[in-house]
Design a protein around this ligand. Structure first.
Ligand code: G6P
Length: 362
């Protein structure tokens, strides 16, 4: 079956390797032969009528929502806020006049997200659930559903659902932007870009020995690790850090690079890994300065950098894609470093302690 891990030692490794195919599947699913996005016309009308988007999610899906904020604001020029479901449910912000809700959930069963969906449904608001599971609770209870087409995700640590969620957000954002007449959307060659992304992911998963060596040399013996970045790179640093803590039990934080000096830098010791995510031309040199500040306190710095921003000292080079889609590549090295660190520590990669794949209690 599709949920078989075949010759792979773990589901997580298989699911990391599935990602190029998932990107291509999403292009096939959501673009027609003319290269246009096929979006439900009622959904598009509801999105067009909205004055603000609220993305509701938990865990890794919330981190995909943080990337979505940037995608919707950039491509569709609509104010967008991502919220942690458990917070939004009981500390609801003042809503805009015409809100539209997007629920991101791999399983479609997360109780915290369902609580919000029930509340906003009772208030008469419309919603879209983006999920990997057809007929899941969040799918049935939302006004609209779009599927992630990622195939079953079995490992507790989410990988391909995260990248699929970002790609589907980009598809919806481009469709809405085109409907709103934004140049940013009409000039964005998304189907082509997702093809470049698929190739870029493939190039990374083809170098597994590089990430295994980094895990062995720089992570297995550490107690703390930091991923840093600015803007969309900061959003990815949160997910990169979550991957590490979930399956290696190493304390890890994703830090907005400019905030290091306001606290986290106090934790740097000799050899503490600090990984800089550098894919945005506007902030690349600032993040490099922040990395250097930690190196001066003894950290072991590593960089994950887009090719066009790279120099000979960089560690992991990503193929160039549009800057807004860089998260689809930046996260891959972090997934693989976490996988190998967990493996080398002899831990249960697919079923980490205390965690569940789907959390159906609030
Ligand atoms: C659990 C899983 C995470 C997942 C989160 C949200 O914590 O271990 O991998 O990101 O739930 O799940 P959902 O199915 O709503 O995306």
């Amino acid at each position: 079956s599709e949920a078989d891990k075949g010759t792979y030692p773990h589901y997580m490794l298989k699911e990391i390797d599935d990602q190029p195919a998932v990107m291509r599947k999403l292009v096939q699913t959501y673009f027609n032969d003319a290269g246009e996005i096929d979006l439900d016309s009622d959904l598009l009308a509801d999105l067009k009528a909205a004055d603000r988007l609220y993305i509701i999610a938990a865990g890794t899906s919330y981190h995909a929502g943080l990337v979505g904020e940037r995608l919707f604001e950039r491509l569709a020029k609509i104010p967008t806020e991502a919220h942690v479901a458990s917070e939004f449910a009981y500390n609801t912000p003042i809503l805009s006049a015409k809100p539209f809700f997007i629920f991101l959930s791999q399983s479609g069963e997360t109780a915290d997200s369902r609580e919000v969906l029930t509340n906003i449904g009772e208030a008469g608001y419309h919603s879209l659930t983006i999920t990997n599971v057809q007929n899941s609770t969040l799918s049935r209870e939302a006004t609209y559903t779009m599927l992630l087409e990622a195939g079953p995700e079995i490992a507790v640590a989410s990988t391909k659902a995260y990248t699929a969620q970002i790609a589907v957000e980009a598809i919806v954002a481009k469709a809405l932007g085109e409907a709103n007449g934004t140049d940013a959307a009409s000039q964005f060659e998304l189907a082509n870009q997702l093809g470049l992304v698929a190739n870029g992911i493939q190039a990374l998963v083809d170098q597994k020995e590089v990430f295994e060596k980094i895990a062995q040399d720089n992570f297995v013996d550490q107690h703390d690790a930091f991923y840093i970045g600015r803007g969309i790179d900061y959003a990815v640093s949160l997910e990169a850090s979550l991957k590490l803590k979930e399956i290696t039990y190493i304390h890890s934080e994703g830090v907005a690079a400019g905030e290091l000096k306001h606290g986290p830098i106090a934790l740097i010791e000799a050899g503490t890994p600090v990984i800089g995510l550098i894919t945005q031309s506007k902030t690349a040199s600032l993040t490099r300065s922040n990395l250097a500040e930690t190196a001066a306190r003894g950290s072991h710095i590593m960089t994950i950098v887009s090719k066009s921003l790279a120099n000979v000292h960089d560690d992991i080079i990503l193929e160039d894609v549009d800057e807004t889609l860089a998260p689809l590549l930046t996260i891959i090295p972090a997934q693989l470093i976490s996988y190998y660190t967990s493996l080398l520590k002899g831990l249960d990669v697919d079923k980490p302690r205390n965690l569940a794949k789907s959390v159906t209690v609030q």
